[in-house]
Write a protein that binds this ligand. Sequence first.
Ligand SMILES: [Ca+2]
Ligand SMILES: [Ca+2]
Length: 170
Amino acid sequence: MNRTKTPTRRGFWLVESAVAIAVIGIGIVAVAGSQQSWHQQQVISDELATGMRLAKEIREMTLILPSSDPVTGTGVWGVEGGESMPVDLDDLDDLDGAVFSDSDGSGPIDATRTVIVGMDDWEQQVSVECVDPFDITLTVPDGTSDTIKIEVITLHDGDEIARLVWIAPR
Ligand SMILES: [Ca+2]
Ligand SMILES: [Ca+2]
């Protein structure tokens, strides 16, 4: 009687063990997968926060700037002759087309115009343009409006990470 029962019982245990191992295996794969996903989200979140911070540094820098050059007034759009960036930056439109990049050592910069060290492969791109005061989505020729749109795009490894746009009076 016992002879016929033992192989069946052994077979049952083998199946049980195999199922248990499979369940544990699936559990481990699921935990590893969720940890990897969490880590990727954390990296993306950190990158976005850094990109936004770099854009806000430029915005903070512009808050004390006049809309037109203290020497030449509104006569020139962009950087006036003899000015070099960012040390001679003294009006908002000087920033049109400005790029502060780790690749050439010019950036990224903080609100005090100091290059932030350890920001490998980061870049700030700034554009300044005049817009229609009654429709700020409508760009008008440089210098023809009293409403300015300033846009900062931050990039990491060449990929756009964050974009900050604001309007200022001219
Ligand atoms: Ca200037
Ligand atoms: Ca200027």
